[in-house]
Each structure stands twice: as C-alpha cells, then as structure tokens.
Design a protein around this ligand. Structure first.
Ligand SMILES: C[S@@+](CC[C@H](N)C(=O)[O-])C[C@H]1O[C@@H](n2cnc3c(N)ncnc32)[C@H](O)[C@@H]1O
Length: 195
C-alpha cells in the first residue's frame, strides 16, 4: 500500500494539533539543552566532513530551529526549515536567523522548491506514515543535488526505519551511535551520498 487512507489523514491532522499544543506548552524546550547536544554535534560533524562549504541545507521536521541555532552563520549558504507545526515555525522565524527561512508544510505532501546540498531528517522520519515512507523519501531525494548528502537521526533503534535508506540511490558514508550527556538515551545517525 502506498497511499494514505482517510483514517491515516485524520491521525496525521490530530498529531499536528498535538504537536502545536506541546510546542505552546514548552514541552520541547529541552531540545535546546545540553542533554540533546551530542546528536546535533554529530549532524554538524557530518555536514563539515561530507559536504561542501556554505551548503544549502533543508531541515525536514525542523521544529523551532534548534539545528539552525547550532550552526555557525559562516557554515551556511542557505537554510530552509520545514515543519507542520505552525507554532514551532513561528518561534523559529522569530529568531530571525541569517540566511534562513522556516515554512509550514506536512512532510507527507511536501515537495522542496529547489535542490539542496544537504537534506536532514533530524528525529522526524519516523513520524511519516509507513505506508508512504518510501514514496516521501523518493520525492525528497529528487531534490537532493547529485553528490549531495542526506543525514538521518533516529532515536534508539528506529523500529523499521533504517531499511528505507538501504537503497541503490544512496551510498552510506558513515553511521554512528551517540548517547545523551547522562547516557540515558541514544540516537543512531547515518549520512548518505546520493549516487
Ligand atoms: C522530535 S521533534 C524534532 C525537532 C527538530 N528536528 C530537532 O531535532 O530539533 C519532531 C518534529 O517533527 C515534526 N513533524 C512530525 N510529523 C511531521 C509531518 N508530517 N510534517 C512535518 N513535520 C512533522 C514535529 O512537529 C516536530 O517539530
């Protein structure tokens, strides 16, 4: 099956409302804390090691722009953050980051407006309904420049998510496991080159 049912669409809509409520209450403020720092650091490291300088970066499921916050201005050619939570995008836009835009869109339907050097799914891929994960990834890869890189971060084991990145269009460049500061949580991160 590679289509969303009416029930799937209803659940996605309900989840979006929940994310907005949670962002409003500050439930995700902790993402800015040091506890989560190791996974952002690993993403920055992957960008530095495997991408060109001043890359154009697409951050899918960007939330309030924490990844952009951790990037140095000089490292970025252009940054676009996408999230379906209107409230998180308002917060990200209020920071007025240099060379950055944040827009509201649902990843299930989103088609990037241009090609990018770097595309990031930072704790967002597993929220895509599994009926359309392959389709969404394929659409997104269509907007990754040849030789561009895709970075994925997934909490703990990622329940069936990693198989989507094991495809002929992608070559894995690195794969890493990082633990939170106190070691109570961990994430796995992969970086892939588009062939
Ligand atoms: C765990 S948060 C991660 C936020 C950010 N990537 C970070 O790590 O700082 C997951 C984000 O994915 C967003 N999200 C979930 N499902 C989405 C969808 N279908 N379309 C767009 N964004 C989505 C949520 O609103 C939320 O901001």
């Amino acid at each position: 099956m590679s289509k969303l049912s009416y029930l799937d669409k209803f659940h996605i809509w309900r989840r979006k409302l929940r994310w907005n409520r949670q962002y409003k209450k500050g439930r995700w403020d902790y993402l800015r804390n040091d506890v989560e720092a190791p996974r952002y650091s690993k993403i920055l490291e992957f960008i530095k090691q495997h991408s060109k300088k001043q890359a154009s970066i697409l951050d899918l499921g960007s939330g309030e722009g924490v990844l952009r916050m951790r990037l140095e201005n000089e490292a970025i050619g252009y940054f676009l953050g996408i999230d379906f939570s209107k409230f998180s995008i308002e917060t990200a836009n209020n920071y007025k980051f240099k060379n950055a835009d944040f827009q509201v869109a649902d990843l299930h339907y989103y088609k990037p407006p241009q090609e990018f050097d770097v595309i990031v799914f930072n704790e967002a891929f597993y929220y895509i309904n599994d009926a359309v994960r392959a389709k969404v990834l394929n659409r997104i890869l269509g907007k990754l420049k040849k030789d561009g890189i895709l970075i994925t971060s997934i909490f703990k084991e990622g329940s069936g998510c990693w198989k989507y990145f094991d495809i002929p269009e992608l070559e894995q460049l690195d794969f890493s496991k990082v633990a939170s500061e106190k070691g109570t949580a961990y994430w796995k991160l992969g970086v892939y080159r588009k062939l």
